[in-house]
Design a protein around this ligand. Structure first.
Ligand SMILES: [Zn+2]
Ligand SMILES: [Zn+2]
Length: 432
């Protein structure tokens, strides 16, 4: 009964099969409108679209997050389809490669669009399923850790938030002009944080003052912004805890948890002191699993789990010397490499000490975590408790001179894994 769903790309006669996220002819990534579906129609929209081109309804929130999901920043799991396999199989060749002009500093993925940002701040968009390299956009220094790919486009933090429109990102050679800038009067701590059609930005300045900026009207020529809360001290990044958003702030040895509760269009700001916590490190990830927070605290860079629902904000030491970490499935509390959390310290990575981790770790479904290594390999740490880690060399690079370049970024999205290295080569693999 349902009509053929036409590919939204000009000059493409492909159609989108039921349940597919790309066209059958050229592999163009699409977002199918679920509102239209109710009326028996299915409309395929271009990726990163905020609204359906036919019914003008807002397209559903995407499964992928604006941060690399599965990392500490993104929280939660990168949903990866392993097919029937038990573990990770990177034996096959990559479906797509991109060469950047400098070391890969960050990878973002949404709606089948890959945004690879190099160390010089140039973003290269591509559609791996369509074998398409799109626009290159200059974002400026330090853009990678402060960027988020969102429905509607790319948002980049720093001294100001800049929004780039989504429309032409997959058109090769397209000159993309920003849609708007918003001056922050400080530097954003982590990327702009999208909550529905609004954005929160935590801004710090040199006198260790911070403010939380609330940005709305993202689709307009100029957005609206107002300061929702401010204070003094060192702050972590923002993180989502169920429907709320939260961050930690330390001033004079006292650590507070700040929570923003959203009811409709309004936000309520609350703060609670975490007893006897030591100092936090600024600009470090804060992660949440369920209602539990995971943070790096104190001079030993200790990884703690904090239960904000406990009357005394109960906390437990997980490990020390943590440089970065990722969180994974959470059902019975956090367990060290017991299937639910994995972490990587400065001195050693679990399973071996033969090569230093050089990328942020990413957890894949409930199967395990991946981290990039200094020697150009990727380490797979399964969460089955077997402790049998495995390191892979990326097949595409095996016989090349860049095979030993450190892996600097990893991102995962459903059927794809992407790896970027210090040579600026990005390889995309398709799972199952
Ligand atoms: Zn197409
Ligand atoms: Zn629609």
């Amino acid at each position: 009964m349902s009509k053929k769903t036409q590919c939204p790309y000009r000059g493409c006669n492909g159609s989108i099969a039921s349940g597919a996220e790309e066209c059958g002819a050229k592999g163009h990534p699409v977002v199918v409108c679920k509102s239209c579906k109710k009326t028996g129609e299915r409309t395929a929209n271009r990726p990163l679209s905020r609204y359906c081109r036919i019914c003008a309804q807002r397209l559903p929130e995407r499964e992928e997050w604006s941060y690399p999901r599965g990392s500490a920043h993104g929280g939660g799991l990168a949903k990866v389809d392993f097919g029937e396999r038990d573990g990770l199989d990177l034996g096959s060749h990559p479906v797509f490669t991109v060469k950047l002009e400098a070391a890969c500093a960050g990878l973002l993925w949404l709606d089948g669009v890959l945004c690879a940002i190099d160390q010089l701040g140039q973003a290269t968009f591509s559609a791996p399923t369509a074998g398409l390299t799109g626009a290159k956009v200059s974002l400026g220094d330090g853009a990678a850790p402060r960027s988020a790919l969102v429905a509607g486009g790319l948002l980049v933090g720093g001294r100001r938030v800049t929004a780039y429109p989504a429309g032409q990102v997959l058109e090769e050679g397209a000159a993309i002009a920003h849609r708007w800038h918003l001056d922050l009067g400080g530097i954003s701590v982590g990327p702009p944080f999208q909550v529905g059609d609004q954005v929160l930005v935590l801004v710090g300045d040199q006198d260790s003052r911070w403010k939380l900026v609330h940005v709305t009207r993202l689709d307009q020529e100029a957005p609206s912004s107002k300061v929702m809360a401010s204070g003094r001290g060192t702050v972590t990044t923002l993180c989502r805890v169920s429907q709320d958003v939260c961050f930690l702030c330390e001033e004079k040895g006292a650590v507070h948890r700040h929570t923003l509760e959203r009811t409709g269009e309004r936000w309520k700001h609350q703060q609670v002191q975490i007893p006897t916590a030591q100092g936090i490190h600024g600009d470090v990830p804060l992660a949440a699993v369920g209602r539990m927070l995971v943070a790096i605290i104190g001079p030993q860079r200790s990884l703690w789990q904090i239960d904000p629902s406990h009357p005394r904000l109960e906390r437990r030491l997980i490990t020390q010397g943590t440089r970065d970490f990722c969180v994974a499935g959470f059902t019975r509390g956090l367990a060290l490499l017991g299937g639910e959390i994995s972490f990587f310290g400065d001195r050693e990575a679990p399973g071996s000490g033969d090569s230093r981790p050089t990328s942020s770790p990413v957890s894949l479904s409930k199967r395990g975590a991946l981290v990039g290594l200094e020697d150009g390999r990727v380490r797979w740490i399964p969460f089955d408790g077997s402790g049998s880690t495995r390191s892979y060399r990326l097949a595409a690079l095996e016989a090349t001179t860049v095979a030993t370049a450190p892996i600097t970024a990893i991102c995962a999205a459903r059927k794809h894994l992407a790896f970027g290295n210090a040579d600026g080569t990005v390889c995309v693999y398709r799972m199952a």
